[in-house]
Design a protein around this ligand. Structure first.
Ligand SMILES: [Zn+2]
Length: 228
């Protein structure tokens, strides 16, 4: 299984890695800075050696880096690898913004998705309780307040004892390694989450509530974008 460097340092954009598996249009590496699609967060794009990485996906325990057509990687080759950092940083900012949104809207989360230009959470709540201007103002207060985010690890057993730490946003936090990653935004949010986050809420920048829409009885969708 690849060493998942983004778990320890989300700001690591590049390193060297060795090809350990070659599939049709995809490679596995011994270590990676590429976040695979999961927990609602899009997979990273970037470069491995001379080739473009179009997307990153999980397959069982493996991380598959999907390469441009025509790429010819060889097992055992050591190559420089690099993610598209500006895109990833936008994903990190919006991902962290959804942790704030989940704290501002006090209702069960029924879904979520993070792209690099917008992100949403779905809530089980009545439409009339979702007030665009109020949500936007509270979110931006939390951004301005500049709270440091604190990743840490707990054991699977500790997580089992505290089921409230699993919110739907992190559909299934990575388990089976004996430990699970938590993200704490002190005074705001604490939950199991394997995604990538910024170090301080101020780094998110000003947010806008792009729209609030009903997607079903138990899905009231709040979509965020960066304020222009
Ligand atoms: Zn998260």
């Amino acid at each position: 299984m690849a060493e998942l460097l983004f778990r320890e340092d989300a700001y690591l954009a590049a390193c060297e890695a060795t090809v350990v598996g070659v599939h049709e249009n995809a490679v596995e590496l011994d270590r990676t800075v590429f976040y695979p699609l999961g927990g609602g967060q899009a997979g990273d794009t970037g470069r491995i050696g001379p080739w473009r990485v179009l997307d990153t996906r999980k397959s069982g325990e493996s991380v598959l880096h999907l390469l441009e057509p025509g790429a010819t990687p060889q097992i055992g080759t050591k190559l420089p690898i690099e993610i598209d950092w500006e895109r990833r940083h936008r994903l990190m900012r919006l991902h962290t913004a959804l942790h704030l949104l989940g704290a501002v809207v006090k209702a069960p989360v029924t879904g979520g998705r993070i792209a690099d230009d917008k992100a949403h959470l779905d809530f089980d709540i009545e439409m009339e309780k979702l007030v665009k201007d109020a949500i936007e103002e509270q979110l931006n207060q939390l951004v301005i307040s500049g709270v440091e985010t604190k990743p840490r690890w707990i054991t699977d057993a500790e997580l089992d004892a505290r089921p409230e730490l699993v919110k739907t946003m992190s559909v299934a936090p990575p388990r089976g390694e004996g430990r699970v990653r938590l993200l704490e935004i002190p005074g705001v949010d604490l939950q199991a989450c394997g995604g990538t986050h910024v170090k301080n809420t101020a780094e998110i920048g000003k947010l806008a509530v792009a729209r609030i829409r009903s997607e079903g009885k138990r899905n009231k969708r709040v979509t965020l974008t960066f304020a222009s």
